[in-house]
Ligand binder design. Sequence first.
Ligand SMILES: [Zn+2]
Length: 176
Amino acid sequence: MHIIKHFKLVMHHKWLVFKLCIKVGEPWRGFMHDISKFTPTEFIESAKYYVGTHSPITEAKKVQGYSNAWLHHKGRNKHHAEYWVDEAAPEKTPVIPYPYAVEMICDKIAAGMTYLGDKFTKEYELKYWNKERTKIKINEKNAQFITEVLTRVAKDGIDKTLTKKNMKEIYKKYCE
Ligand SMILES: [Zn+2]
């Protein structure tokens, strides 16, 4: 069990998401981000599978075949595309509303920063997303929103791209 290390990692990630969320004008989303990671279902499993270089959820899935923490997490956190998937509904992947779509962007970038540290580059998240996009279910409108934001981050950097004005404009362009 890596209780302290896992706690520090979650807090570090939350801090990075919070700072990015403030930049895009969503401080409350940043403050509340991933709060369910402190519930026993998520915390205990993730402390057990702590590795530091990538998500403990990936580790848990490798060993157990599935992750209880992830099933708990994705059902409660609207910044994850998986929250919005219902295979039994006529609309299987409804459009993710603006605040969560923006929180999702901040989460992706902060996760890259958290696990890569010094090796993180502004191009990294777009590369990661291009692979992820082929595997996950997400509304095409949201996928286009993410692609444009991360393409701009790769080109112009985080500071220039992650502004409230840019997020509103790009979301409006694809998702409204
Ligand atoms: Zn999360």
